[in-house]
Design a protein around this ligand. Structure first.
Ligand SMILES: [Zn+2]
Length: 555
């Protein structure tokens, strides 16, 4: 007698091999049998026509804080992710001595766009060391499996305090940091993460601590994972990333170096493809350099009081230093609107916004009366209301006390280029950033978007290959054993879905963060069931109320 049998599923096993029809039997937390199963089971599910695949392994998330108050790691499991890797970009919340808690949460709130009041009300700080943090998560339980990076900025803050964002480390401090990384690896970290990105700023605009690290610091800290004999080094690279330096690190430590992020930027068209091709060359020399790519456009939020996408325009430059009253007056002026519209019609090269209003949408309004507009694109609304996009954007903002947050899909939105990245041999499709930037986005459903948009609609790769890229590929690179592959004896982490329906719902606002703070989430379309370690956690409509089946994956 088995626990569960899923009958007549079309099995995409994660390896990339052709889909075949079979029954899949679960016993305990493992797959017991795949084939024509004669045995009976306590639960039988008829999968007629649906695809059964391994659950997705989401290697780029930021659930470090959220997991201390939300065992679901919502919304990831409902969107097909059964394993999440947290602590990316150097932003783990452990280790953290009590006197640094405020600094760690303030920096996290800023750099990952999280609500500080939700973090203050929500984080359970019953830990100091990284090992204690992992034990805390284990005690609390989680729906998905969780693997944790130890983050460079957290380690630096624990040792240097405020000065972590100000200066180089001394030799003594470097020694202590190396010991912390070693201990964290021994306690079960999956690797070490860091960032050199100029966009990664903490509270009051200070650079995130890892940005102050010298090359020697990187070398000695990554050496701590090399000594362990396993582990991934994840680095969000800056504009001057030196591929040869990273390749040396991969070679010296015999580890995977995972570069974030190869996103297409129309202003610097060679950068992302350069990373991908550089990684491929390194792989051909036998070194484990990879680049994370995203199958979704990267968006940025802005209000008219700080309109980053418009700032490069001559007509906008004069607005930079105005206060709200002065700005409102100009935005109302017909003459000014004419001038701005005219410049938008013939934008100079190199600007990040080219007047494509289908890439701009309304992310958040402050006045409840405009709430129905949230999530709609400006071009769509402009057609509906028969109004010029510029007038529309200005009028909405003016009627909303200039507090409307707009969203512009500025990076990674050229689909022909992005398609090449997604099928590139050195790319790892990920970058959900799940758990972060909650105020205006939710890319946690990247797997569903890949299968619906890129596989079904655009046919850039086979369904089998897409599933391989979401499952066995990340599991093998991150050394996550016995997951991501549907074979007898492997863990039963599964997603059952309709390949003709699979998709993501629209962005919706939910007021469910600690202290009543709100966040944006998307719901799945076409997902019929998600299992973690043999237990159904999501039935296609809601989470099942069961003891948490997820495991902490200690490297
Ligand atoms: Zn990140």
């Amino acid at each position: 007698m088995l626990d569960t049998i899923i009958r007549g599923a079309h099995i995409a096993d994660g390896s990339g091999k052709s889909i075949y029809q079979a029954d899949l039997g679960i016993m305990g937390d493992k797959i017991a049998e795949i084939g024509n199963i004669k045995a009976s089971a306590k639960t039988i599910i008829d999968a007629n026509g649906l695809i059964l695949s391994p659950g997705f392994v989401d290697v780029h998330t930021h659930y470090d804080a959220q997991l201390t108050w939300d065992k679901y790691a919502s919304p990831s499991p409902s969107l097909g992710a059964t394993t999440v890797v947290i602590g990316n970009c150097g932003f783990s919340i452990a280790p953290c001595p009590p006197e640094q808690r405020r600094r760690i949460s303030n920096n996290l709130a800023e750099v990952e766009g999280m609500s500080i009041s939700a973090l203050e009300a929500g984080i359970d700080w019953n830990f100091e060391s990284f090992g204690e943090y992992i034990e805390l998560l284990e005690r609390k339980g989680s729906y998905p499996n969780v693997a944790c990076f130890v983050g460079h900025s957290a380690v630096r803050t624990a040792v240097l305090g405020r000065e972590a964002s100000e200066r180089l480390a001394t030799d003594d401090e470097l020694l202590i940091m190396s010991q912390i990384v070693s201990e964290s690896m021994q306690s079960g970290a999956i690797g070490f993460s860091s960032s050199q990105s100029l966009n990664h700023n903490g509270a009051n605009g200070v650079p995130m601590p890892s940005r102050l690290a010298s090359k020697d610091e990187f070398k000695s800290l990554v050496a701590a994972i090399g000594e362990c004999g396993h582990g991934v080094f994840q680095l969000t690279v800056g504009p001057h990333a030196e591929m040869s330096f990273l390749e040396d690190i991969a070679q010296e430590n015999n580890c995977i170096v995972m570069m974030t992020a190869a996103l297409h930027n129309e202003a610097f068209p060679d950068r992302a493809i350069g990373m991908l091709n550089g990684a491929l060359d390194a792989q051909r020399r036998g070194n484990g350099l990879w680049a994370q790519v995203s199958c979704q456009p990267l968006s940025m939020d802005f209000s008219l009081t700080s309109a980053f996408p418009f700032q490069p325009f001559e007509a906008w430059k004069e607005l930079g230093k105005l206060n709200k009253t002065e700005l409102s007056k100009i935005l109302k002026s017909i003459d000014y609107r004419q001038k701005f519209k005219k410049e938008l019609m013939s934008p100079a090269r190199g600007k990040i916004f080219y007047g494509d209003w289908s890439k701009v949408s309304i992310a958040q309004v402050s006045s409840r009366k405009f709430q129905d507009m949230e999530g709609l694109s400006i071009s769509e609304l402009s057609k509906q209301l028969d109004k010029h996009p510029v007038d529309l954007v200005f009028d909405i903002a003016l009627n909303d006390n200039l507090e409307t947050i707009f969203n512009a899909a500025l990076l990674n939105s050229d689909e022909d280029v992005v398609a090449d990245f997604l099928i590139h041999e050195a790319s790892l499709i990920s970058l959900s950033d799940a758990g972060a930037h909650l105020r205006y986005m939710c890319d946690a459903g990247y797997g569903l978007h890949l299968l619906g948009h890129w596989v079904r609609n655009k046919k850039i790769m086979s369904l089998e290959d897409a599933i391989r890229r979401l499952t066995t590929l990340p599991a093998s690179l991150f050394n996550i054993k016995d997951r991501g592959h549907l074979l007898p004896g492997k863990f039963a982490d599964l997603v059952l879905f309709d390949k003709d329906e699979i998709n993501l719902g629209p962005l919706k606002r939910f007021d469910d963060l600690p202290n009543g703070e709100s966040r944006m989430m998307r719901e799945p379309i076409g997902v019929e069931g998600v299992w973690v370690n043999g237990q159904m956690v999501f039935d296609g409509k809601q989470y099942k109320n069961i003891p948490s089946p997820g495991k902490i994956l200690r490297a």
